[in-house]
Ligand binder design. Structure first.
Ligand code: CU
Length: 271
């Protein structure tokens, strides 16, 4: 039995920990790719989960105990007690203390996420019904990012998550994301980075991430925004500095409002 439980839990956890994108039957979070997400995962696994399990086991025990100990055949004349000051004080105080124990580290994480370190790169994400638009304000790059339909997917491209134009950012750089929307509420969310912010028409929210691993990361709009809410994924490709410089040069040709000259292209690519 012990072995079975061990195998069950390691299998379930292993599936979760290998994923940078949602997996079938996933249990737990996606693999963290930033310090921010690591903080969230450790807060959940090391503090919240033990508390939740302890409370559930305790309540289950109380229920089973009550059912057996006070069943009709063993307890024909039930007690008429309605108040017990000591118990009432305890069941108010103990949950308060548990909440405080949970609140302190959670505020710490929230404040840390809210303080943006020195920014290396700024991108702007604009939610539209139903796709994302991106801008690299310092680079004069603007493009749109649409989901690839199922029929057009290539091998290894995940369904409902792959887009035509990915956001590309360099690894280990602080990226500030300005988030807004053009029509209705959307939300820009990327689980591996521990990032989720509402995109509100008429105002700009900001957040940041520092991706520590090269790779492709997937997120989705996380605010019900209409009929195609499920079809406006977010794909961020984290690349090395050299690859980023190359992408930047190509993107300037592909997306820029004013095309650049051959010489300018070479200059940027060689940076
Ligand atoms: Cu949306």
């Amino acid at each position: 039995m012990k072995n079975f439980l061990f195998i069950l839990f390691t299998t379930l956890y292993a599936t979760g920990s290998l994923a940078d994108q949602p997996k079938q039957w996933q249990f737990g979070f996606q693999d963290a790719a930033s310090q921010s997400m690591r903080d969230i995962v450790s807060f959940h696994n090391n503090l919240l989960l033990p508390i939740i399990i302890a409370i559930s086991v305790f309540v289950l025990f109380l229920m089973i105990y009550t059912c057996i100990r006070f069943r009709a055949s063993k307890n024909p004349i039930p007690s008429k007690t309605t108040h017990n000051v000591a118990v009432e004080v305890l069941w108010t105080l103990i949950p308060c203390l548990i909440l405080i124990v949970m609140a302190v580290p959670s505020f710490k994480i929230l404040y840390k996420q809210d303080t943006i370190p020195k920014v290396d790169l700024t991108i702007k994400a604009v939610g539209y019904q139903w796709y994302w638009g991106y801008e690299y304000p310092d680079e004069n790059i603007i493009f749109e990012s649409y989901m690839i339909k199922e029929k057009e997917l290539k091998e290894n491209q995940p369904r409902l998550l792959t887009v035509d134009n990915e956001v590309v950012v360099p690894v280990n750089k602080v990226v500030k994301v300005l988030i807004t929307a053009n029509d209705v509420l959307h939300a820009w969310a990327l689980p591996s980075f521990g990032v989720k912010r509402d995109a509100v028409p008429g105002r700009i929210n900001e957040t940041w991430f520092k991706a520590e691993k090269v790779g492709t990361y997937y997120g989705q709009c996380s605010e019900l925004c209409g009929i195609q809410h499920a079809f406006m994924p977010i794909t961020v490709r984290v690349v090395t500095d050299e690859e980023y410089a190359q992408w930047l040069a190509d993107a300037k040709m592909k997306f820029a409002k004013e095309p650049i000259t051959e010489n300018e292209y070479k200059k940027i690519a060689s940076k």
